[in-house]
Design a protein around this ligand. Structure first.
Ligand code: NAD
Length: 246
């Protein structure tokens, strides 16, 4: 991959940052930030430049915000003329047992994780379809397949992303745009740091490869799906979970 324009939503930390590192070489990267007071991250930009990124843009952009998403995509098109790769990585959790889960926490998780990915995908797809080239990759999760107590909202959003992936793959295939998903298992990041030691020990017990994954493990799978080596793969889910879901 080189000379591509790549959007990675939530690409400034955790798995998203590892994806940005993996896709940096020779490419223009657009990453999103949720903090309205964000003024820049010189350290991250120089790290990505060292990895070979041509240009790095970090935009304050909430993926579920229709106006912000329309404006962001329009600005990228105005500056670079195209979008080659979109990685829908932005995601949140608001965990609670279903009997206690508020409608607000249900809506918030579905809005960011599922609607956000749908919205940004179709805004980018308009340009990808015209160019007859594009790669869309959605971050699902093992819990979208297995379910997980306390994550009715999150697991529903991640299962929903699989239906979205397959449908968009069918809608866009004839114009050279592929749509795939990656479903990570337990990956060590800020998101999983919130879990208790007991919860982590219980997961480890269930993972056949006997270790948690790293953000790089997920980024490597995404780099493959974004590359021309994966040009005949669409509508699929690549599981990156150490055998957790077998
Ligand atoms: N860590 C894991 O074990 C794991 C497992 C399976 C799936 N995932 C998925 O991988 C993705 C990345 O997870 P992570 O562990 O790096 O999480 P993280 O919390 O470290 O990072 C999430 C990123 O999303 C961004 N974000 C949150 N809300 C946003 C919004 N409304 N608009 C734009 N950006 C927003 C955050 O700023 C952050 O950069 C998520 O979709 C997550 O659900 C993670």
């Amino acid at each position: 991959m080189a000379n591509k324009v790549v959007i990675i939503t939530g690409g400034t930390r955790g798995i998203g940052k590892a994806i940005a590192m993996a896709l940096a070489d020779g490419n223009t990267l657009v990453l999103t930030h949720t903090n309205p007071n964000f003024t820049g991250d010189a350290a991250l930009i120089s790290e990505l430049r060292e990895k070979g990124a041509k240009e790095v843009i970090i935009k304050v952009w909430l993926v579920q915000d229709e106006t912000a998403s329309q404006n962001a995509v329009a600005e990228i098109i105005a500056s670079y003329g195209r979008i080659d790769v979109l990685v829908n990585n932005a995601g949140i959790t608001r965990d609670n047992l279903s009997l206690r889960l508020s409608k607000e926490d249900w809506d918030k998780v579905l809005e960011v994780n599922l609607f956000g990915a749908f919205l940004v995908s179709r805004l980018c797809a308009k340009h990808m379809l015209k160019a007859r080239y594009g790669r869309i990759i959605n971050l699902s999760s093992v819990v979208g397949f297995s379910g997980n107590p306390g994550q009715a909202n999150y697991s529903a959003s991640k299962a929903g992303l699989i239906g979205l992936t397959k449908t968009l793959a069918l809608e866009y295939a004839s114009r050279g745009v592929t749509v795939n998903a990656v479903a990570p298992g337990f990956i060590s990041t800020d998101m999983t740091e919130k879990l208790s030691q007991e919860q982590k020990a219980a997961y480890l017990e269930k993972i056949p490869l006997k270790s948690f994954g790293s953000p790089d493990d997920v980024a490597n799978a995404i780099a493959f799906l974004a590359s021309d080596k994966a040009s005949y793969i669409t509508g699929q889910t690549l599981h990156v979970n150490g055998g957790l879901y077998l």
